[in-house]
Write a new protein. Structure first.
Lengths: 175, 107
């Protein structure tokens, strides 16, 4: 968990990390130690909240650094507020965590591959082979993301937040 | 001022620092306690807010001397305290207004 936190901390602009990086990590360590003995669900929620907070914070800091846009703090903490009339369901946190775990896994995999190449004993692969694997990989990724999207929509539908239910409530007859 | 009205997390952070200077972990815990567990800030959210409050000169950062290995703590500046007072007055006014307009016998 600490490794993932450290990696996500790198998403922040350098200027922010130089000032707050060590401090954020120290505070996270204290919180992590405190949550270590808790049950799985509170621990998972804590982790999801921290990771989502980091990603959101990093995005806002980059916006500030690049565009000078300083988005004011507007996050509700139990749910992620979009506007007054709509709130993301709690399942969003779980989905975000799955995506983050995927990113962390991909980073780790890339590191292993990079390490094997730096050893100098990597097998020489003909360039053509890349053409054969590239498009099936993209197709596979598309299928995976499509399935994830469907699953997400299914969750929203089950929670009556997909918008379909609201459309059902609209009466088209004029009196 | 562009910061009005203050969001609840920012207001709670300022209220936490109004009582005494605190470091990051202590602010998180105090905010959670003050809101009876309703507002639980992540470290990313907290330090985003602290950075903005530092830039606006509402709070200042200093090194705690009590600990052997100094750690950073935060306290309200006079400007921050004034701003907090303005926000509290605004909320008091709203509460008075709401009490007058939504009388118990209205239903």
């Amino acid at each position: 968990m600490l490794t993932v936190y450290r990696r996500l901390l790198r998403l922040y602009p350098l200027s922010h990390r130089e000032v707050f990086g060590d401090e954020m990590l120290a505070v996270y360590c204290e919180l992590h130690a405190e949550n270590k003995d808790r049950k799985l669900i509170p621990r998972t929620l804590f982790f999801a909240r921290e990771m989502a907070g980091l990603v959101n914070g990093a995005l806002l800091e980059h916006l500030k650094a690049l565009l000078g846009v300083d988005a004011r703090l507007s996050l509700s903490t139990r749910r992620f507020a979009m506007r007054n009339g709509f709130r993301f369901p709690k399942s969003t946190a779980v989905l975000m965590m799955i995506i983050l775990a995927g990113i962390a896994l991909a980073i780790e995999k890339a590191r292993v591959i990079q390490a094997s190449y730096s050893n100098g004993n990597a097998p020489v692969v003909p360039l053509e082979a890349a053409h054969f694997t590239f498009f099936p990989t993209v197709a596979l990724l598309l299928v995976i993301f499509y399935a994830l999207g469907l699953a997400g929509w299914g969750i929203l539908f089950a929670l009556r937040r997909s918008g379909v239910h609201r459309l059902d409530d609209i009466s088209i007859s004029r009196k | 001022m562009e910061n009005w009205p203050l969001t609840e997390p920012v207001l709670l952070i300022l209220l936490s620092l109004a009582a005494q200077p605190r470091h990051g972990y202590s602010i998180l815990k105090d905010v959670e306690r003050m809101s009876s567990g309703r507002v639980v800030l992540s470290t990313g959210t907290l330090y985003g807010a602290l950075r903005r409050l530092l830039e606006d000169d509402w709070i200042e950062r200093f090194e705690e001397k009590e600990r052997a290995r100094g750690r950073q703590a935060y306290r309200l500046t006079p400007q921050g305290r004034r701003s907090l007072q303005v926000e509290v007055d605004r909320m008091k006014h709203l509460t008075r207004l709401a009490t007058l307009r939504v009388a118990p016998g209205d239903r």
